[in-house]
Design a protein around this ligand. Structure first.
Ligand code: SF4
Length: 397
């Protein structure tokens, strides 16, 4: 029988192995994980050439050609696919409300905008249609981002906020090069009124030692049926790897979040999602999970042709969809409800709570979870309470 410390050491060794997958074309450079080995070149806006972020990234990919870009001129090859990493001077707002959708219940979290696009290649990825191009962009003027956050938190020091970076990119896929989440976790340690969710489909725990308050960071992983992960989420970590990481976080004092989004209308979906819930129950205890979202496949109409072109074997796109009140394509309600109810039922039977639906109506909430956001006191408030617990007495939104 291993003592707790011995078990912890074995876990740490396993994670060192998982993070430092061996790839070093030039042995003096740090190893890159598989999903970053397709990078071909780096673009840098002249104005961010000397920032700490740029210097850090260039130190990690010194073997790739680097082009200095005049940010007012669109670089040639801009439509080139995912092999370009663009370190950009971002001039927009870094802190935003989640775009959500009209007519349906939104969870009310705030986005910290750190960049755009993602080096993974999930067939259903909304970003294929959301942005004009697929160039990987990282906002390298981090000081502006931290300045904006400082001002926002300073204006309302009592206001509790749930923040996340996983809306316009994956929170952690670029972490081995950028260390963005690690910087953000360190910065936010001075703001206990804020909780940061790091949502990902890869395993990277390098931000962990910066978290002075584990209760203010929520590592989050997307969940799907095992055959969807294997076939439709190219480049991602397996479910086992994600859940091992989640368990490691939970054992280190963090609570984790899980996102079944999108639930896909695929063959054998009942068995597939049931298997995933079994795996979750093998790795995590219910009290280690802050919340679990469930969302049915939904997309802007233009995404369908992108999926057909980019991922021709993704047959789920030929299921029957209708146009929802927000203009997005959604599965016919009876199948949507059946799928979501099945996953919710399995999770509840295994003892998991904190379930909520992403972008659904009261009627679907009632059919799936037998309650409505109103009965929970409002979805945003409910999730705040799940995150901040008894400390969350007065929301000053
Ligand atoms: S991990 Fe998320 S952001 Fe990245 S390709 Fe998949 S769905 Fe898109």
């Amino acid at each position: 029988m291993l003592r707790p410390n011995e078990q912890k050491n074995i876990d740490i060794l396993r994670y060192i192995k998982m993070h430092n997958q061996v790839y070093a074309p030039n042995s003096s450079l740090p190893a890159l994980p598989e999903h970053l080995r397709k990078l071909e070149r780096i673009w840098v806006d002249k104005s961010v050439l000397h920032t700490a972020m740029t210097q850090r990234v260039l130190a990690g990919v010194g073997h790739l050609p680097v082009e200095i870009v005049d940010q007012e001129q669109r670089p040639k090859d801009y439509d080139h696919e995912l092999g370009i990493l663009y370190l950009k001077h971002y001039k927009g707002r870094f802190l935003r409300s989640c775009p959500g959708t009209s007519h349906y219940h939104c969870c009310g979290y705030r986005i910290v905008h750190i960049g755009e696009n993602c080096p993974l290649s999930c067939s259903y990825c909304i970003l294929q249609a959301y942005f004009q191009d697929r160039v990987l962009k990282v906002w390298a003027n981090q000081e502006d981002l931290f300045g904006e956050l400082e001002r926002a938190f300073g204006e309302h020091p009592q206001r509790r906020l749930r923040l996340g970076t996983g809306e316009f990119t994956d929170s952690l896929t670029l972490e081995p090069l950028t260390g963005y989440s690690r910087d953000l976790v360190a910065f936010l340690s001075d703001y206990p009124q804020v909780c940061l969710e790091l949502k990902s489909k890869v395993v990277n725990l390098s931000w962990m030692d910066q978290a002075r308050r584990p209760d203010r960071v929520l590592p989050a992983w997307s969940m799907n049926a095992p055959h969807i992960q294997a076939g439709e989420e190219r480049g991602s970590a397996t479910l086992e790897e994600r859940l091992q990481a989640a368990r490691y976080c939970a054992r280190s004092g963090f609570r984790v979040c899980l996102h079944f989004d999108p639930v896909i209308p695929c063959n054998d979906w009942e068995q597939g999602y049931a298997r995933t819930v079994e795996m979750i129950a093998d790795y995590l205890r219910p009290e280690q999970v802050a919340y679990i979202s469930l969302g049915s496949l939904r997309f802007m109409p233009e995404l369908k042709s992108r999926i057909m072109t980019n991922h021709p074997s993704s047959n789920y796109i030929y299921a029957e969809f209708i146009t929802g009140l927000d203009g997005k394509q959604r599965l016919l309600r009876p199948l949507r409800v059946r799928q979501l109810r099945h996953v919710a039922h399995m999770l509840r039977r295994a003892g998991f709570e904190g379930l909520y639906l992403c972008m659904e109506s009261d009627e679907v909430w009632q059919d799936v979870l037998e309650c409505t956001p109103r009965k929970l006191g409002g979805l945003a408030r409910y999730l705040m309470a799940r995150v901040f617990g008894a400390e969350f007495s007065a929301v000053t939104e």
